[in-house]
Design a protein around this ligand. Structure first.
Ligand SMILES: [Zn+2]
Length: 499
């Protein structure tokens, strides 16, 4: 979930990075002041904030704090800086109309709860109070589990089993009446381009790479181009992506077709560690394989009528003992009860403070791109909190052959006897990491997974060599559900045939 610090900042980007970092620091210190004042102020918007130790000659009222024109007109050492990213220019007159914008929050889990709360606090007073946030749509397909309650603070025990999106929206709307949060309980893939187009900014608090790839593909494809091939600014919807893992996290700003996108940084995420069943059954190499053997293969044999209950200590002890036995047989060390729990439950440690910090950065960026009040993050902020606290911003550069954000034709050189199915397998295993590719040439459909009838009709092509299906150098079009509304241009040259 967190990327490695692969590309550091360099060259022209470094000076603005320093400023971004200090911006974050400044905002963080202001946030502390704001939240402490919030606890000591009554709900009345007009009550002047009681700001304990803050030495300000001009204390702001609660209403003024939530008012965007306060943010835009107040003196600030950073106010008139224009960022290196073309999100627009600071101009008070542009923002005097008190317009509110529609925001999409994807995910209502650990990050999502924090993001919704931060948005509500930024919007204090709503449109009439001068806030720019009011209308928020929150999407999540999950229901609330008891293990969520320690950090997903919008949920209570009575909510267990209910939709995360619905409960979170209701909580925010009840507690912060200036907000209008609309829930959607379902998958992001259920909605099409016309749905995503209505938002001014999208904030993602997703916990898995596949969904983030899909969302990134969708938002990038909403960009339209003018006659010169330049992106039309009004069609660019900033995507702010937050992610956390244990004590580290990251937040990044994606301006589709301008900055790097999520797909550009796919290499920074390790491919999924799915182990083939045959390895588990026959040749275990690491303790995880032995644990998988115990709960995937041995459990159903021993208890054919009972599902393994990962929350039951007896069940887990059984799995642990079997895994240990198997590990000893193969001379593998390292099987522990904690590891067994981790493998079976697929535990990713979740830390509430990391979620709070990362989502605060995300919402801070959202405020900046909505109001142009300051320069935006360029483009990646990482936070590490396991040993002390450290954060760093750097420019994540666009990948020159990114299938999503740089329109490009990819070239492959393959022997003409390569079968179509082996070509498709290469697209899944190689750098594109596709999931279920379909492929057509200019003259015919080579293989389509949907609809069923077409799959049946084209299935026979899978075992045919490429030379029977296409000419060398012919351009093929590849589509895949992991990249919505994107098609990959692919030119295959036969390595064994002279052109
Ligand atoms: Zn990209």
């Amino acid at each position: 979930m967190t990327a490695h610090p692969t590309s550091g900042s360099s060259g022209s980007g470094s000076s603005s990075n320093t400023t971004s970092t200090s911006n974050i620091k400044r905002d963080a210190s202001e946030m502390t002041t704001t939240s402490s004042s919030m606890t000591s102020t009554s709900i009345n918007n007009d009550t002047p904030a009681v700001v304990g130790t803050r030495r300000s000659s001009n204390p702001l009222s609660r209403r003024q704090r939530g008012n965007i024109s306060t943010l835009l007109t107040r003196k600030s050492p950073f106010g008139n800086e224009t960022g290196s990213l073309p999100i627009g220019e600071f101009d008070v007159s542009n923002n005097s109309s008190n317009s509110t914008y529609k925001i999409l929050v994807v995910g209502a889990g650990g990050l999502g709860c924090e993001i919704l709360k931060d948005l509500a606090m930024c919007a204090c007073g709503g449109k009439n109070g001068g806030g720019i946030v009011r209308d928020v749509v929150v999407m999540d397909l999950d229901t609330i589990d008891v293990t969520n309650l320690n950090r997903q603070f919008l949920f209570r025990s009575k909510d267990i089993g209910h939709s995360k999106a619905e409960v979170a929206a209701r909580f925010i709307n009840d507690r912060c009446p200036w907000m209008n949060v609309v829930p959607y309980h379902g998958k992001i893939q259920d909605k099409d381009a016309s749905f995503y187009k209505q938002f001014k900014v999208v904030i993602s608090g997703l916990d898995n790479v596949e969904a983030r790839r899909w969302l990134n593909g969708m938002i990038n494809n909403l960009v339209e181009f003018d006659d010169d091939g330049d992106p039309i600014p009004e069609t660019i919807i900033p995507l702010i992506d937050g992610g956390t893992e244990g004590f580290s996290g990251q937040s990044r700003l994606i301006l589709p077709r301008i900055t790097s996108c999520f797909e550009c940084s796919l290499d920074a995420f390790a491919p999924s560690k799915a182990v083939p069943l045959c390895t588990i059954a026959e040749t275990p190499r690491i303790p995880e394989h032995c644990i998988a053997h115990a709960y995937v293969l041995q459990w159903p044999k021993e208890f054919p009528n009972r599902q393994l209950d990962a929350d039951s200590p007896e069940d887990m002890k059984w799995v642990y003992e079997r895994a240990l036995q198997r590990a000893e047989t193969f001379g593998i060390g390292g099987v522990t009860y904690m590891l067994t729990l981790g493998v079976v439950k697929n535990i990713i440690p979740a830390v509430a403070s990391t979620n709070a910090i990362v989502s605060a950065v995300c919402v801070n960026e959202a405020m900046k791109v909505l109001s142009f009040c300051s320069q935006s993050l360029n483009t990646y902020m990482m936070y590490m909190g396991s040993e002390g606290i450290y954060s760093h911003t750097f420019v994540y550069e666009q990948k020159p052959n990114c299938p999503v954000c740089t329109a490009h034709t990819h070239h492959l050189s393959l022997p003409s006897m390569t079968t179509l199915s082996s070509l498709l397998q290469q697209l899944c295993d190689g750098e594109f990491r596709l999931k279920a590719p379909s492929i057509t040439s200019s003259s015919k459909t080579l293989y389509m997974r949907k609809p069923v009838a077409l799959e049946k009709a084209t299935r026979g092509n899978l075992d045919k060599p490429l030379k029977e299906l296409m000419m060398s150098g012919e351009e093929l079009v590849v589509t895949d559900p992991v990249l919505p509304e994107t098609s990959l241009g692919l030119v295959v040259n036969f390595s064994d045939i002279e052109e």
